[in-house]
Design a protein around this ligand. Structure first.
Ligand code: GTP
Ligand code: MG
Length: 439
């Protein structure tokens, strides 16, 4: 099975907050000393971090769950619980994060070190010592810890290359990258040898650029033909496209037709790919007739040529006006890398400075009310859930405290506005209440 995985699902679970503690000081002469319960620790956050050392999303395929540490509970003597450990999940540079259900883009980790908060930790609960007031001298309740956020994400890897080679299958894309970089892709004389993208670093003069060799494109790729358009996403971010047309006789349609197919597929996938700077080259020129001798347009049939198709083959080679290369003889290779480097440098120079790509999700909305099928009401929002997450809601002081907090959040108003009437059941967090009008 392939080790290059460029899409996966990931479940991130932030740590729960620890519970606040209910405790009282022990004093020699007082039956019950002042409240002394410590706070629970906050849970750990889950961060996704773009890391150059990670090549693909492989590690998530069989193990899609990542979890940060829970906060510890508070204890007596106002001892606070320890924080849960944050979890940093390394992902490849170029990872795009989407909402699993809606497909909404959430983050784009395109620079090494970019970080994104994927799941927010639960806050620790406050201990009873925090609820001491003039009128509440011995609070016998504390806050529970908040649950850490948990969600499913969809990750897609879009390779970041300066230039990507676009061509029909078997035109010599992999041979070219193996010639100009240290990449060692599989090369063979049949279509679809390359099943996953290869990256290579090309150095020319003082420019260093990353070149991507992607699987061959065929007519209909955008409808799923060949390897489909799955790999086109790796072309999306290339600054320059190296369009490679086969000049070998009899192997492929004439260069102009090859180019038409390639451009049509690019356009169908993403029209703006056609605005990308591109360099068109003719490959396997050593096999084409009349190479490098434009003046000898009288076709010299190559040895082993096949009868009546020779004239057409010769035309295929000769009719091409772009740069001709041979990765076998080295013809034109330096010219192509030089020209690519120039185009890449120009494209880089034209880019706006990177905008410190740490993306944050918008803050969670306030209080919301919805009605369930059974006629009960559900109050949404972190603040409301926290207001009722107390250690002991049978304690009258705790209940009064929770009620005051819900009032301040406008929960009663929101319920009244939504049409709740006395006797309706209201769910907040894990708890169910009965609604009373005009209280
Ligand atoms: N004579 C000659 N043969 C070449 C040249 N470049 C590639 N080939 C041969 O052409 C065949 C296909 O080369 P690949 O590099 O695998 O082609 P590809 O475009 O990567 O093919 P896919 O991965 O299947 O899309 C192999 O047999 C290569 O040895 C060249 O410049 N001259
Ligand atoms: Mg290949």
């Amino acid at each position: 099975m392939s080790n290059f995985v460029d899409e996966c699902n990931l479940n991130v679970q932030a740590g729960d907050g620890g519970a606040g503690c209910v405790a009282f000081r022990r004093e020699a002469h007082v039956a019950r000393g002042g409240p002394a319960g410590g706070d629970g620790g906050r849970g750990g956050d889950v961060w996704l971090v773009a890391d150059r050392g990670v090549a693909s999303l492989l590690s998530f395929r069989d193990h899609p769950h990542r979890r940060a540490g829970n906060g510890r509970h508070g204890r007596g003597n106002k001892r606070h619980g320890a924080r849960g450990a944050d979890l940093e999940v390394p992902v490849p540079v170029g990872t795009v994060v989407l909402d699993h259900d809606t497909g909404e883009p959430l983050a784009d980790l395109s620079g090494s070190g970019d970080r994104w908060l994927a799941a927010r930790a639960g806050e620790g609960g406050r201990g009873n010592s925090r609820f001491l007031t003039n009128r509440r001298r011995a609070p016998a309740f504390a806050e529970q810890g908040e649950r850490g956020e948990s969600r499913w994400l969809r990750l897609e890897l879009k390779l970041l290359a300066d230039a990507a080679i676009v061509g029909l299958p078997n035109v010599g894309k992999s041979t070219f990258i193996s010639r100009v970089s240290a990449a060692k892709p599989k090369i063979a004389d049949y279509p679809f040898t390359t099943l996953e993208p290869n990256l290579g670093v090309v150095r020319t003069g003082d420019t260093e650029m990353v070149l991507a060799d992607v699987p061959g494109l065929v007519s209909g790729a955008s409808e799923g033909k060949g390897l489909g358009h799955r790999f086109l996403r790796h072309i999306e971010r290339a600054r320059v496209l190296l369009v490679m047309l086969d000049l070998a006789p009899g192997a492929a349609p004439p260069p102009a037709d090859q180019q038409a197919v390639l451009l049509a597929e690019l356009e169908r996938y993403r029209p703006d790919l056609l605005d990308r700077p591109r360099l068109v080259v003719g490959s396997r020129a050593d096999l084409a007739t009349g190479v490098g001798r434009e003046e000898s347009s009288a076709a010299e049939p190559s040895a082993g040529g096949r009868g009546e198709s020779r004239a057409a083959e010769a035309n295929a080679g000769n009719g091409f006006e772009g740069l001709r290369i041979s990765s076998v003889t080295g013809l034109g290779v330096a010219e192509v890398t030089g020209e690519l480097a120039r185009m890449v440098a120009a494209a880089r120079a034209a880019e706006p400075a990177a905008a410190g790509t740490v993306v944050h999700r918008p803050a969670a909305p306030g209080v919301g009310v919805t009605r369930s099928h059974d006629g009960s009401w559900v109050v949404h929002g972190r603040a409301a859930a926290r207001a009722v997450a107390l250690s002991d809601l049978t304690d009258p002081e705790a209940l009064a405290y929770a009620q005051g907090r819900l009032d301040r959040l406008g929960v009663d108003k929101a319920l009244a506005k939504a049409g709740a009437v006395s006797g309706d059941v209201v769910h907040i967090g894990d708890l169910a209440f009965t609604y009373e009008e005009g209280r």
